[in-house]
Design a binder for this molecule. Structure first.
Ligand code: C2E
Ligand code: MG
Ligand code: MG
Length: 553
């Protein structure tokens, strides 16, 4: 037993926080004495039970936790736990993965914070009137979020929510009614946030929320939901009341990296919203306001684009370096926006991914690319392998395999002429499920490439376990080769690695003859890049394929 392991074991045994360790199926394998003591279970009763069996909560919260854990993120939030004596305790729980590289199966920790001296905490931490977090707990939670968010590549949004003209209710109808309104507002806030987010009552009619977000869109989404629910009328002791609120939003890390100024910034944004007339939200920074506005416009326009099918597919040749023949094509989507003209996928795919619209767009591209390839073959042109980019959420769809099958059947394209490009980050997480899906794709005869290889953080030792056929070296490496001989070595190593693993290797972004010569010398199989051709509309690609243009390299 090495030293750090011995320390871990001691911490586990002595910790006053209850800790359960689970395997990758979320079955409990070990609990510490604090766990036995706090929840009343004996170790032997609880080991082998499923972790989620401890939660009284519904499937929504399970899904939320599972999603975060599958993506190897931490989850922190309040849950109701079933104790051995049938008591239910509301506890703050933090669960996290064992991220040690050399462990074969991921382990999961469930750490139950604060079961000891629960009673005095309850008073300090939860507002008596509304049951929301107190400012003290809110500050704690914000601090936790600021520490946890960067570890899972997230940001933090702090929303300050103030009721508009609440004083009229208090003065006009009395504090008794005012209190009931505040309670109702607290319920509305709770209904519109995830369990891992925290809602607090700061003072009087001022509330605050803190949440981890993947994009500022997430905070816009919550702010809009809250504004909408506030507008629904309240019936309180024969009075019909309608409310509005003003919301100010500050973002970590872009607006500030410490919680005190994040809170101040959100407050000043809230005051500004009030000045503008209330019933709305504002970000602290002008830049975020513009960004949020642009995002929302883009989202609405993308919905329309899917409905009206405003997408076209361009094709970029993949060329065999031995004989300069076109042997493949990558289908790259373009959006023909009637207002502004052609929009590049680099601009809209990230937004489409965040809003879930990418699945619809991806399905359109997949169908069209198969149809087009089949049409070219029917015209007697030489068969090319058609690569189609697949987004993470698209790959995770349960119907994904069926959609691939349907695209092949409808177009009549043979599976060997289709290749799906996935990225390294899609391989991380639920490895067994990913392997199962990839195996099913390979069994159909469809190829699988890893796109932008070298930019993610996939572990090389895992690579051989995924049934993929091709590695695509990211274009940044090819671009940097000229200025940096170390990058040349990386490219050389990836080519060697691919061949060692019996994989085909494609270099992306080859722009000049120097790139081509180097890649050819190193035995790179295929090249895709401006040197040969930019992505082309279908008719132009067809001409190239028919040999109307010849390459002169
Ligand atoms: P990607 O899959 O890595 O595609 C290669 C990108 O590199 C394309 O950009 C291509 O035009 C560009 N490229 C190729 N050769 C060169 C070169 O020599 N020099 C330079 N500077 N660039 C080169 P594009 O078409 O703008 O696409 C950008 C990204 O958008 C793609 O990167 C892909 O991640 C995404 N994308 C495109 N179409 C789709 C789609 O249908 N679905 C999904 N999910 N993503 C897509
Ligand atoms: Mg690609
Ligand atoms: Mg790429």
């Amino acid at each position: 037993m090495n030293n750090s392991h011995a320390t871990d074991t001691a911490i586990f045994a002595l910790s006053r926080d209850a800790i359960a360790i689970c395997d990758d199926k979320k079955n409990i394998v070990q609990v510490n004495p604090a766990f036995e003591h706090s929840l009343g279970y004996k170790s032997e009763d609880i080991v082998n039970q499923n972790l989620f069996g401890l939660l009284t909560d519904d499937s929504k919260i399970r899904q939320e936790i599972e999603q975060e854990l599958d993506d190897e993120r931490e989850w922190v939030g309040d849950v109701n736990l079933n104790c051995q004596n049938k008591e239910i305790k509301k506890m703050t729980v933090c669960s996290s993965h064992d991220l040690q590289e050399n462990t074969d199966k991921p382990k999961l920790f469930l750490i139950i914070l604060g079961l000891s001296n629960e009673r005095d905490k309850k008073e300090n931490y939860y507002d008596k009137l509304t049951g929301l977090a107190t400012p003290q707990l809110f500050i704690d939670r914000t601090e936790q979020a600021l520490i946890a968010a960067p570890r899972s590549n997230k940001s933090v949004a702090l929303l300050m929510v103030g009721l508009d003209r609440f004083v009229l209710i208090n003065d006009g109808l009395g504090y008794h009614i005012g209190d009931q309104v505040l309670k109702a507002v607290a319920d509305k806030l709770n209904q519109n946030i995830r369990r891992s987010d925290t809602a607090a009552r700061i003072e009087g009619d001022r509330f605050a929320l803190v949440m981890q977000i993947t994009s500022i869109e997430d905070s816009v989404f919550v702010a809009e939901k809250i504004l909408k629910s506030m507008c629904q009328t309240l019936e309180i002791e024969g009075n019909t009341l309608s409310l509005t609120a003003s919301i100010g939003i500050s973002i970590f890390p872009s607006d500030s990296s410490d919680q005190t100024s994040l809170i101040k910034h959100a407050e000043s944004a809230m005051r500004y919203t009030k000045k503008l007339g209330g019933n709305h939200y504002q970000f602290f920074s002008a830049e975020m306001n513009t960004k949020a506005k642009k995002r929302i416009e883009m989202e609405n326009k993308l919905r329309r684009a899917i409905k009206n099918n405003e997408f076209v597919v361009y094709y970029q040749p993949k060329v065999n370096l031995e004989n300069n023949a076109i042997v493949g094509a990558e289908a790259l989507v373009r959006w023909m926006d009637p207002d502004v003209g052609m929009v590049s996928p680099a601009e809209f795919i990230p937004i489409a991914e965040e809003t879930g619209l990418v699945n619809g767009i991806g399905a359109i591209v997949l169908k069209e690319a198969c149809r087009q390839n089949s049409e070219w073959q029917a015209k007697g042109l030489s068969g090319v392998k058609m690569s189609v980019n697949v987004a993470g959420s698209q790959f995770r769809e349960p119907e994904f395999i069926d959609k691939v099958k349907a695209a092949l059947t409808e177009s009549g394209l043979a599976a060997e002429y289709l290749d799906l490009e996935i990225t390294e980050t899609m391989l991380i997480g639920n490895m067994e499920q990913v392997i199962e899906k990839l195996t099913a794709i390979r069994e159909m005869g469809v190829h699988v490439s890893i796109d932008d290889f070298g930019t993610g953080y996939s572990s090389l030792s895992y690579l051989s376990r995924f049934p993929v056929t091709t590695l695509k070296i990211d274009q940044a490496f090819i671009r940097d080769m000229e200025n940096d001989t170390a990058t040349e070595e990386i490219v050389r190593a990836i080519i060697g690695l691919s061949h060692g693993l019996n994989l085909e290797v494609v270099a992306e972004g080859a722009e000049n003859i120097k790139h081509i010569n180097f890649l050819r010398e190193q035995g790179c199989d295929l090249v895709q890049g401006y040197f040969y051709s930019k992505p082309l509309p279908a008719e132009e690609f067809e001409k190239k394929l028919a040999g109307e243009y010849l390459y002169d390299s």
